[in-house]
Design a protein around this ligand. Structure first.
Ligand code: PBG
Length: 326
């Protein structure tokens, strides 16, 4: 008998064999593309720290959505840049707020596009925190009411799903109740169940102009050192009625995605965040890595760890890549 008896290389011999036994696949239908909506007309501002990602006025947003659909990306998540901010983030639930208008116009133009909204106050508060304040701390329970109003206003404008990212305790239950009481019991909640206080959000805070004006978010977002606590956070959200559990960021937290996958049977989403995107773009621009290959390998690793859904600024690029290589 020839040694070694078992030769893994037999099944790696050519692409036909490799694709025959491939364990993980990515499909464009499981990617969610984040979009930043700004006031004005015909506006398309590239975000300096996120090459290829733009703040868009609503008319431009509609074109972007069409492009996504053509590529097979059927889902977007919207972030709003309001005209005005205040201490309690009123713009987040204004009837004619930037997001509410964007949802309406988007669903009008492209009803088949699935529109998810980020539910949080940080883009709408003048202090940049994710809730309203008492002194210098975020008031958990007063914030819940504003978040529920915000989620409801998104559903009323036509959103298909809401995604609370604020990390207040009890917000999933509060949002679920508000939706149910108003006949939106069929609108699912994708909860940012496990969201870490991460430096990888840096470019996003430039994009959405929502950096906290004092302090940081460590009194509500999770400590990056904790993994057991992630299970507790996810359990709470499941009990409160979450339909999809999200982990954020993704690559530095693949172990958390994998643990959630093992312990929960809900769909798992992972957010490949702004800083993770920016690092790949920056290194690729310098010619230090092959950006396209690193993108594909990175998103694959998130899927392999156990995510069903990936929120990523690479959604369009990945869909193009899958079309050409797949
Ligand atoms: C709002 C929110 C943030 C992100 C998504 N929703 C910023 C933050 O929590 O500071 C980050 C997304 C990214 O970095 O791509 N709270």
């Amino acid at each position: 008998m020839v040694f070694p008896e078992y030769r893994p290389r037999r099944l790696r011999r050519n692409e036909t064999f490799r694709s025959l036994i491939r364990e993980t696949q990515i499909s464009a239908s499981q990617l969610i593309y984040p979009l930043f909506v700004m006031p004005g007309k015909n506006k398309r501002e590239e975000i300096p720290s996120m090459p290829g990602v733009f703040r868009l006025s609503i008319d431009q947003l509609k074109n972007e959505a069409e492009e996504c659909l053509q590529l097979g990306v059927q889902s977007v998540i919207l972030f709003g840049l309001p005209e005005k901010k205040d201490a309690v983030g009123s713009g987040a639930h204004a009837k004619d707020g930037i997001i509410q208008r964007a949802i309406k116009e988007l669903k009008n133009k492209a009803p088949e596009m699935m529109v998810t909204t980020d539910v949080c106050l940080c883009e709408y508060t003048d202090h940049g925190h994710c809730g309203c304040l008492i002194g210098n701390t975020v008031d958990n329970d007063a914030t819940l009411e504003i978040l529920a109003k915000t989620a409801l206003s998104h559903a009323q404008a036509g959103a298909d799903m809401v995604a609370p990212s604020d990390m207040m305790d009890g917000r999933v239950a509060e949002i679920r109740a508000a939706l149910d009481e108003n006949n939106f019991d069929m609108i699912p909640i994708m909860s940012y169940a496990v969201k870490y206080a991460s430096a990888f959000y840096g470019p996003f805070r430039d994009a959405a102009n929502c950096a906290p004006q004092f302090g940081d978010r460590r009194s509500y977002q999770m400590d990056p050192a904790n993994s057991r606590e992630a299970m507790r956070e996810a359990t709470l959200d499941v009990d409160e009625g979450a339909d999809i559990l999200m982990v954020k960021p993704a690559v530095a937290y693949l172990d958390i995605i994998s643990r959630l996958r093992d312990e929960f049977d809900l769909p798992i989403a992972a957010y490949h965040v702004s800083g993770e995107y920016a690092m790949i773009k920056a290194a690729a621009e310098r010619g230090w890595i092959d950006g396209e290959q690193v993108m594909a390998e990175t998103l694959l690793s998130i899927k392999r760890a156990g995510a069903d859904i990936i929120l990523t600024y690479f959604a369009k690029d990945m869909a193009r890549y899958l079309r050409n290589k797949g």
